[in-house]
Design a protein around this ligand. Structure first.
Ligand code: DX5
Ligand code: ZN
Length: 220
């Protein structure tokens, strides 16, 4: 089953509750919240108070993508703030086993995020204790970037890696996904698909979620 996770990074933050309501109406499965610290990535976005406020306004699971240094210090606080899924980057977390285990023990789903230029072998050992992999198909930091085409082959290899090991680890993909490329991405094995500008850059975000899901199902 394909799940669409709208990234609120491209939403109008002054009208966040309405923007969330729109994608909920469109059938979004979860809300993707991009947390950036200005160190690991060259941008600063939102943090704990915003996650807390979002949790008050929605029943959808909150998927926090932590693009921050030393994420292990903060995962519990994000879960306490209302996150149901938490992903940390392999490039900034040398203690993946400990941090992913900590996320799961606290009752959330644990994800390992990986940048476009980081080889899959870096996360191979972590797959058995990750609930999901967040495969970046742009360099993290900004919405509205172009999908890096080599991500498709990387996604296929990751799918094979997980299937060969008979693991249940899910694959989420993030960056540059739109109506044109989503079918190929779904076919390559992604299950959770993040989209920011392809949803909030459209006139009607609810309709944009539906259109993306319909386009994703085209490959079946
Ligand atoms: C990029 C973020 C993405 C971003 C996706 O660093 O992780 O979640 O919001 O936006 P689009 O879909 O516009 O590439
Ligand atoms: Zn993201």
């Amino acid at each position: 089953m394909i799940e669409i996770a709208p990234s609120i990074l491209s939403a109008d933050f002054a009208r966040l509750a309405e923007e969330i309501e729109a994608v909920t109406r469109g059938g979004a499965s979860m809300l993707h919240v991009d947390v950036m610290d200005g160190h690991f990535v060259p941008n600063i976005t939102v943090g704990l108070p915003v996650v807390k406020a979002i949790a008050r306004t929605t029943k959808l699971p909150i998927d926090t993508h932590l693009m921050i240094e030393e994420p292990g210090l903060y995962v519990e606080r994000f879960i306490d703030a209302g996150a149901s899924l938490v992903s940390v980057h392999v490039e900034t977390e040398p203690h993946l086993h400990r941090t992913l285990t900590c996320i799961k023990e606290r009752g959330a789903q644990a994800g390992v995020a990986i940048n476009p230029a980081t080889p899959l072998v870096e996360i191979e050992e972590a797959l058995p204790y990750a609930d999901f992999v967040l495969l970046m198909s742009v360099n993290p930091g900004f919405g509205g970037q172009k999908f890096i085409e080599t991500s498709l082959d990387k996604l296929r290899r990751l799918r094979r890696m997980i299937d060969e090991r008979r693991l249940k680890t899910r694959i989420e993909i993030d960056g540059g996904i739109d109506r044109e490329n989503i079918a190929r991405i779904a076919e390559a094995g992604a299950e959770i698909i993040v989209a920011g500008s392809a949803i909030y850059g459209e006139e009607d975000p609810a309709e944009a979620v539906r259109a993306l899901r319909d386009a994703a199902l085209q490959w079946t």
